[in-house]
Design a protein around this ligand. Structure first.
Ligand code: GLU
Length: 442
């Protein structure tokens, strides 16, 4: 069997972290099985779908490195839905219903008031041709429901295990509105059949949709795909959080998060495997298995992402980041600065420390010492470990050691009290700038 997965966002907004995770898992599963990953734009809701969101979805997936093997959109397939819909009407699996929203709401309230589940009573099925003709002559356009049959619904979910639904506890789902527009359920099934989707990977908020959709696959004469319904992400506070819904690629990029960090976290979050700072997707692909996913909600923690990001930045090669570094910054400088970074953008700060000018707040009692340092720096051989020579000479001349020896030098040379290893940094600052900075601090 060829594995075919699909990511099916509605272009009514930008992708949030939960969507990105779903996309990633679809991609990882396809890659792990030598399969194909499709992007399906679910734009049946023409009023709320926007082209700018389609473009943003593509761009976000590209940023994540999740390139689809092909792309389709539902708005290009209305003829196909119409044809299959006609088959379902002919087979008696789809029927017109005429209740208004208010009438349906009233029916719900009555049932709930009697302590009964608010299941649609199928009153529309009892209408005869004459009733329908009368309603339609009176200007009522029907919406359309899929008639569930009584057979039990079961599937073996790749994450949740054995699932069972009793259709008697479910309302016949509305599949098409009175204005002719499609709800998501049926077009999705038609697409999954036509595109040979083998695995539907999505959030557990779709579990009850799957119950209806399984009957739609059967009614359309198709074998259903396998399903994997993943536990949703929660925020730091352990609840489904509004904030997560607003965190998308733009936010992460602005915060200096690398796509690898997001993939490394989202690839493993909610599984029994440890989150590791992978700079490449290969180990994520190799270990990807729905059996390793838990059923409890997974907690998405931005602090964990930031820490993971730093570990990834520390591994990135100059060639991979060059275009995002300040003009003129060298590979040698990158190597020295890299261990101090949380984000690549911070490289600019350290590059300006190397390039100067720097300003340092020097304590009075260090001035004489730094005067000594300026003289010593003029006398050492700058081609061979200048920091060891400079500190060695000053230790001997002044008796200072440890912090009192190193800190004033670091301050004078970089303007900061912390930073990259001075032995590596000093050659990059170089003799001329070092002499000038020491003299100015003295
Ligand atoms: N457009 C649906 C959504 O965004 C797709 C769900 C699915 O994967 O089937 O929820």
């Amino acid at each position: 069997m060829t594995v075919i997965t699909r990511f099916a966002p509605s272009p009514t907004g930008t992708l949030h972290v939960g969507n990105l995770r779903t996309a990633l898992h679809n991609w990882l599963f396809a890659k792990a099985h030598g399969g194909r990953f499709l992007l399906r734009i679910d734009d049946t809701d023409t009023a709320r779908s926007e082209e700018r969101f389609v473009a943003a979805i593509r761009a976000d997936l590209a940023w994540m490195g999740l390139n689809p093997d092909s792309e389709t959109r539902q708005s290009a397939r209305f003829d196909r839905y119409e044809a299959r819909f006609a088959e379902l009407i002919a087979a008696g699996r789809v029927y017109p219903a005429y209740e208004t929203a208010q009438e349906l709401e009233l029916k719900r309230k009555v049932l709930l008031g009697r302590g009964l589940p608010p299941i649609y009573d199928r009153a529309a099925l009892a209408l005869g041709d004459a009733d329908r003709a009368r309603l339609e002559a009176g200007g009522v356009q029907p919406h359309w429901r899929f008639r569930l049959d009584a057979s039990g619904i079961e599937w073996d979910d790749l994450v949740r295990g054995a699932q069972r639904f009793d259709p008697a506890t479910m309302s016949d789902p509305v599949v098409r509105r009175a204005d002719g527009s499609w709800l998501y359920l049926l077009p999705s099934v038609i697409d999954d059949i036509d595109m040979g989707v083998s695995h539907v990977v999505r959030g557990e908020d779709h579990v009850s949709n799957t119950a209806s959709q399984l009957q739609m696959f059967a009614a359309l004469g198709a074998e259903p795909p396998r399903f994997a319904h993943e536990a949703l992400l929660t925020g730091n506070e352990g609840k489904l959080s509004k904030r997560l819904g607003s965190l998308g690629v733009e936010h992460f990029r602005d915060a200096g998060i690398e796509s690898q960090a997001l993939a490394a976290l989202l690839g493993r979050l909610g599984t029994s495997d440890p989150v590791e700072p992978f700079t490449d997707s290969a180990p994520l692909i190799a270990g990807f298995d729905f059996a390793r996913f838990g059923r409890a909600p997974a907690r998405f923690d931005e602090a964990e992402l930031a820490a993971l990001n730093a570990k990834i930045v520390h591994q990135l090669e100059f060639g991979a980041v060059r275009a995002r570094l300040p003009e003129g910054m060298t590979a040698a400088a990158w190597e020295v600065i890299r261990p101090n970074l949380s984000t690549i953008a911070e490289a600019g700060d350290w590059w300006s420390v190397i390039e100067g000018p720097v300003t340092a707040a020097i304590a009075e009692e260090d001035r004489a010492f730094l005067d000594e340092a300026a003289k010593a720096a003029a006398g050492i051989d700058w081609s061979a470990e200048p920091w060891a020579q400079l500190t060695g000479a000053l230790k001997e001349a002044t008796g200072r050691k440890g912090r009192t020896l190193f800190l004033p030098l670091r301050l004078a040379l970089t303007g900061r009290d912390h930073g990259p290893d001075m032995a590596a940094l000093l050659p990059l600052i170089g003799k001329d700038r070092a002499l000038e900075r020491l003299a100015r601090a003295a």
